[in-house]
Structures are given as structure tokens and as C-alpha cells.
Write a protein that binds this ligand. Structure first.
Ligand code: PAF
Length: 281
């Protein structure tokens, strides 16, 4: 069935009140549109957790720096609707700007912990404040029971988990494994910026992470393994922002001989496209 589209908080509340009256549980999948298989996997997981699934589509200006790609960020509402219809989403919430940021909007959430881990926050200092603000609004506006977030943006997932926990938001944040192309490249709306040759090279980011994770499991020390991965990416023409290993929950730097749960992270530029990825160790 074709999902309904609502563009106002009022419209959203009308639909969710209906569901509550029927005692339905519901999940929200926050997105910025330009949907791919990774997003559809979030919808699928939402359907496994709840009776109804809302997908929000909102390109959030507050998480982009002036130098970033807000104006050219891919937008394809018609294509998104067709995909969501097939995926079985029940409701699309595509708010206009004023439904999220009303006149004189003046609230920011101050974040610490995983939002200050020296990963994405170091290179995109405005990013998590913008994400936390819009995500808090979407959680409150929707009143959803579950929220689905991809592990592809693992730092974002942890930031949102801590946000919901710290502010006692009555919502369960569910992390969903990264969907990859056959050659290992993690799906991302920004992959469409890659030229043909860049796209072929892009797979190296996942390969270098997998090799580093194997080495760490074999007992190679964390710094040696991550430095080798960064070196091999640089040799292949990437400009590396970071390759690093962190505690999988807090994202703090782990002790060198540790039995903490670990996660490997990489961010690197290929031409004008910035790619990020991460895997469990
Ligand atoms: O991951 C994204 O697409 C965005 O950061 C999110 C969570 C929808 C907030 O704008």
C-alpha cells in the first residue's frame, strides 16, 4: 500500500493518535532522503519491531557547515516514495523547515561523551549538535516507541543512544548493521558523488579496515594495525582524516592490552568525496 505523506506536526499527530487508539506500536526511521538499500533495511527492521513505521525525510540544515554539501545534497522525493511504498512503510513525515525550526528557534543540546570522541566531531564540529537537535525534535514530535539508526554512522548511533538515555526519552534506539555493495563499500547517499574510477577505489576503505581488524584479533598492537591501514589508504590516493580503534560503547580510546569491546573507524577523502566506515573488531 502507498504510504501517506504528512508535512506538518499536526498531520503527524493525527496519524499517530489513530495508531495509539488502536494500541499499535510504531517506529521512526529518521532520514535525509536519497534513500538506498541501507535505509530500506532500517524500514525492514522497524517493521520487525513495531506495528507501524514512519520514515521522516528532512535535509537538516543545522548539521551542515557552510563549506559542506547542503545545496547539492541529493534529493529525490518521488524516487524515495516509490521505494518506501515497496518497503512497506506506513507513513512519510516530510516536514517543511518551519515545522522543525520555528520562528526564533533558540535551543541547542550540549553534547559530551561519544559526541566529543575526536572522530567526526573533530572534522565536522557543528554536526552532532545539529543531529541531536533534529533527532530530539523528531522523537518528541512523533512519540515513537522505536527509532532505527544505521551502524554506518556509528558515532551518530552512539550519540543518539546517549541522548535518549540521558534525557529519559521513552524510545528504544535500535542499531542496524551496515548494508554493503558486493565489493564491501558501505552504502551511502553520498556514494553517488564518486566518479567511476573513484568508485572502484572506494572499496579499499572497507578492505583496509577488515585487514586491520584481523591483525588486532591476531594480537598486533592497536596503533601498529591502524597506522598500517592509514598508510595503505594514503598510498592508494586517499586523504585520510583518521583510522582509529575505539571502545565500541563510549568511543573512548581503549587501553593497549584490553578486553573492551572494540570498533575500528575510518574517514578518508577520495577526490572531493568524504567516505566513512567502521567495523566491529
Ligand atoms: O543519518 C542521517 O541521515 C541524519 O544525520 C539524520 C539522523 C536523519 C538526522 O538528520
Amino acid at each position: 500500500m502507498k504510504p501517506k505523506i504528512v508535512r506538518s506536526v499536526e498531520g503527524l499527530h493525527r496519524e499517530t493518535a489513530n495508531w495509539r487508539a488502536k494500541d499499535y506500536s510504531y517506529a521512526i526511521v529518521p532520514t535525509m532522503g536519497a534513500l538506498h538499500e541501507g535505509h530500506l533495511q532500517l524500514v525492514k527492521t522497524g517493521l520487525e519491531h513495531a506495528d507501524r513505521v514512519i520514515v521522516s525525510i528532512f535535509v537538516n540544515p543545522r548539521q551542515f557547515a557552510a563549506s559542506e554539501d547542503l545545496s547539492r545534497y541529493p534529493r529525490d522525493e518521488a524516487g524515495d516514495l516509490a521505494k518506501l511504498s515497496k518497503a512497506g512503510a506506513h507513513l512519510i513525515y516530510a516536514p517543511s523547515l518551519d515545522q522543525i525550526y520555528g520562528e526564533n528557534f533558540s535551543t541547542t543540546i550540549s553534547l559530551g561523551g561519544p559526541a566529543k570522541a575526536n572522530l567526526e566531531d573533530k572534522f565536522r564540529p557543528q554536526f552532532f549538535d545539529g543531529v541531536a537537535t533534529v533527532v530530539a525534535k523528531l522523537f518528541i514530535q512523533s512519540g515513537a516507541d522505536y527509532a532505527m539508526f544505521g551502524e554506518k554512522d556509528y558515532q551518530q548511533l552512539q550519540v543518539v543512544r546517549f541522548l535518549a538515555r540521558d534525557l529519559d526519552m521513552p524510545i528504544e534506539v535500535v542499531g542496524v548493521p551496515t548494508v554493503r555493495d558486493a565489493d564491501g563499500l558501505a552504502l551511502s547517499s553520498r556514494n553517488q558523488y564518486l566518479g567511476k574510477v573513484e568508485r572502484q577505489h572506494a572499496t579499499a576503505i572497507y578492505k583496509s579496515l577488515t585487514q586491520a581488524a584481523d591483525k588486532i584479533r591476531q594480537g598486533v598492537d592497536l596503533q601498529t594495525a591502524t597506522r598500517a591501514a592509514a598508510r595503505s589508504l594514503t598510498t592508494l590516493g586517499f586523504r585520510v582524516d583518521y583510522v582509529t580503534v575505539r571502545n565500541a560503547e563510549t568511543l573512548a580510546v581503549p587501553l593497549s592490552h584490553t578486553d573492551e569491546p572494540l570498533r575500528l573507524f575510518a574517514a578518508a577523502w577520495l577526490g572531493t568525496t568524504r567516505l566513512i566506515d567502521n567495523i566491529e573488531v
